[in-house]
Design a protein around this ligand. Structure first.
Ligand SMILES: Cc1ncc(COP(=O)(O)O)c(C=O)c1O
Length: 429
């Protein structure tokens, strides 16, 4: 298995593979490739390690918390970032010790905190004063868990507003500029909590490093100020989520090696020759798993409707916002291809729509072959992140299966399609 920083192109299936998988497992179907997944993780890890002396990569399991995926990320040396008790339970069920997990969340329930502490979680990312107070009441139980404060560094990244989180007007973290972050440090010191450092996550799907680097430098400046003003020595600086991915040909993320170097250099410029030598951390989700996955759909109805200046072609597929809510949530775009090759009939502009009782415009404005027809298979690339983990049962559709194409060339079911019995198992008539 190669370990260079650059890895081969986005995962797609050929016609035979796609038809075999659709026949065996049905559609819609999430398909992951183990080779690409491991390559992406190794490439990111290698790039980060090459950029600074002490680094640790975490996998943001919210991106895809299928147990098989968490297991692979852990095998590749990642700690696991969990954002709920459910995600922590998923990590534990995947065989990851809680001592290799970090717990995030802007409104953690006291029961979740207790479960995490009792499980022996490695670190808790503390978001607010209520959480500090609550942890201080539990601390008499002498937990060894480390605490990291999530800070709002006042960085407004260029990305969709729904995935921008580094600005001051945000529910996440302690504001640096209004003094909340400093008060939080003093409070943890007063309660003698095991504070080890600082975290920020300025936003997701960032294709260049400037916003993330600004966040990282703000953390480093803050850490230095806490050392000088209060003698608090930060051992950890965590810059949050990772690099964006090429969902479409218009997205060109910086090579990961340059990205990591830019972040690490920014921190080292701020800390210079001071005594602070923190462990640098990142917790990418989509950059590790996004490109390793695709979704297969089968085309049903194809309909032409008159619109001003022409016609619109609606190509309906047997999935939609229940298996991929990102287009409806924030207009996310993807690369959509027919599995069987384009014939001589050429291409036409289509709107791929989902089957749910909403407009469910999955992919407006994609080019598909002129002879697209019922029964054709479509593959949507880069759906390994935030698709299966965000799936719902809207309109009572069962959630799709996930299969893994292993490095040995076999096909392994990671998660089977939900059954009707499971769908109604929680209900009492
Ligand atoms: C705190 C935190 N860390 C990491 C991530 C992962 O982000 P990405 O998948 O863009 O790398 C997120 C995404 O929402 C996040 O909120």
């Amino acid at each position: 298995m190669p370990t260079p920083c650059e890895v081969d192109t986005t995962f797609r299936l050929d016609t035979q593979q796609a038809e075999d998988l659709a026949r065996q497992f049905g559609t819609p179907l999430y398909v992951l490739t183990e080779t690409c997944l491991r390559q992406r993780i190794r490439a990111y890890k290698h790039a980060f390690e090459a950029s600074a002396e002490r680094t640790q990569l975490c996998y943001a399991s919210k991106a895809n918390s299928t147990l098989g995926v968490i297991k692979i990320a852990h095998e590749e040396g990642c700690r696991i970032d969990v954002a709920s008790e459910g995600e922590l339970r998923a990590a534990i069920a995947a065989g990851v010790p809680a001592g290799d997990c970090e717990f995030h969340g802007s409104n953690k329930h006291p029961d979740e905190l207790l479960f995490a502490l009792e499980s022996g979680i490695h670190a808790i990312n503390v978001d607010n004063f209520e959480e500090i107070e609550h942890l201080s009441s539990l601390w008499q139980l002498r937990y060894t868990t480390k605490l990291v404060l999530r800070l709002a560094p006042g960085v407004d990244p260029i990305t969709h507003e729904k995935i921008a989180t580094g600005q001051e007007d945000s529910k996440f973290g302690f504001n640096i500029s209004d003094g909340s972050a400093e008060r939080a440090v003093l409070l943890t010191m007063k309660f003698k909590l095991h504070l080890v450092g600082f975290h920020c996550h300025v936003g997701s799907q960032l294709l260049d490093p400037e916003a993330q680097a600004a966040g990282a430098e703000a953390l480093a400046r803050f850490a230095l100020r806490m050392l000088e003003s209060h003698g608090f020595e930060a051992q950890v600086l965590n810059f949050g989520g990772g690099l964006g991915i090429p969902y479409t040909k218009d997205d060109s993320p910086l090579p990961v090696i340059e990205y990591c170097r830019r972040l690490a250099d920014g921190v080292s410029n701020v800390l210079g020759e001071t005594s602070l030598k923190p462990l640098l951390m990142q917790e990418p989700g989509r950059a590790l798993v996004g490109e390793a996955g695709l979704t297969l759909y089968q085309v049903g109805v194809v309909k032409e409707v008159p619109v001003a200046g022409g016609t619109r072609v609606y190509v309906s597929v047997d999935g939609g916002l229940a298996d991929n809510p990102r287009p409806a949530l924030y207009g996310a775009e993807y690369t959509v291809e027919r599995v069987s090759p384009v014939t001589e009939s050429g291409l036409k502009r289509c709107t791929v729509s989902g089957r749910h009782c909403e407009t469910d415009e999955l992919f407006p404005n994609v080019l598909l072959p002129n002879d697209i027809a019922q029964g054709d298979l479509l593959q949507v690339l880069c759906t390994g992140a935030y698709n299966s983990s965000m799936a719902s049962n809207y309109n009572r559709y069962p959630r799709p299966a996930t299969v893994l194409l292993t490095t040995e060339g076999t096909t392994r079911l990671l998660q089977r399609q939900e059954t009707w019995d499971e769908m109604f198992a929680r209900e009492i008539v």
